[in-house]
Design a protein around this ligand. Structure first.
Ligand code: GRF
Length: 201
């Protein structure tokens, strides 16, 4: 069983999708802790209501991001996770964290990377005028949404889409693909070779 630590900054609907997949018996994983940089993140409420331990780590208690990420790594190490899942975590992790967990951190991004990294990805896609967008699950490196891509889902973009409508269409796919990728990792199917990720049958 894959031991997960999940990082959230907000509403936590992707966290919920992972919890639901575990509780339905379709994901061989356990969430040992949910950590947030935001005290009132709704994701923490969701975790608590499923009996999952939660922690809040305030940026204000540390002089800089290096110190903060070091403390975050020490906190998370105590739970011995096999995989760290960024589910709407809005800070870019630094090497002070990532070097502790090489190739063990994954993120979901609401666009087809490498297009539209960073914040407001759905608005970036609409403003650019693309005809398809989607979501990407990738390993995390020190860049912003630049790590090796594990899986992507495509959705259409329609002329009358608003940012909210497109975000909702993408989110439905996020909820499925994120838990699916975690299950692939739990089954040992995912292999990274340099920039490329291979998923075994
Ligand atoms: C999702 O769109 C995810 O792709 C992005 O942040 C959003 C988080 O949503 N990284 P939620 O907190 O999981 O509901």
């Amino acid at each position: 069983m894959l031991n997960l630590a999940v990082l959230v900054s907000g509403r936590g609907s992707n966290l919920q999708a992972i919890i639901d997949r575990i509780e339905s018996g379709n994901l061989d994983a356990k969430i040992s802790v949910v950590v947030s940089n935001v005290a009132d993140a709704y994701g923490l409420v969701r975790a608590k209501s499923h009996g999952i331990p939660t922690r809040f780590l305030s940026l204000r208690d540390y002089p800089d991001r290096r110190e903060y990420d070091g403390a975050l790594a020490r906190l998370i190490e105590k739970f011995h996770p096999d995989l760290i899942v960024l589910a709407g975590y809005m800070l870019v992790l630094t090497p002070a964290f990532l070097d502790v967990f090489p190739q063990r951190v994954i993120n979901i991004h609401p666009a087809l990377l490498p297009s539209f990294p960073g914040t407001h990805a759905q608005k970036q896609a609409l403003d650019y005028g693309v005809k398809v967008s989607g979501c990407t699950v990738h390993f995390v490196d020190a860049g912003t949404d630049t790590g090796p891509i594990i899986a992507q889902r495509v959705v259409p973009v329609f002329d009358d889409d608003t940012e909210d409508i497109l975000a909702a269409r993408i989110l439905e796919q996020e909820h499925d693909i994120f838990a699916t990728v975690i299950q692939w990792i739990a089954q040992g199917k995912v292999e990274i070779k340099g920039r490329k990720v291979f998923v075994k049958e």
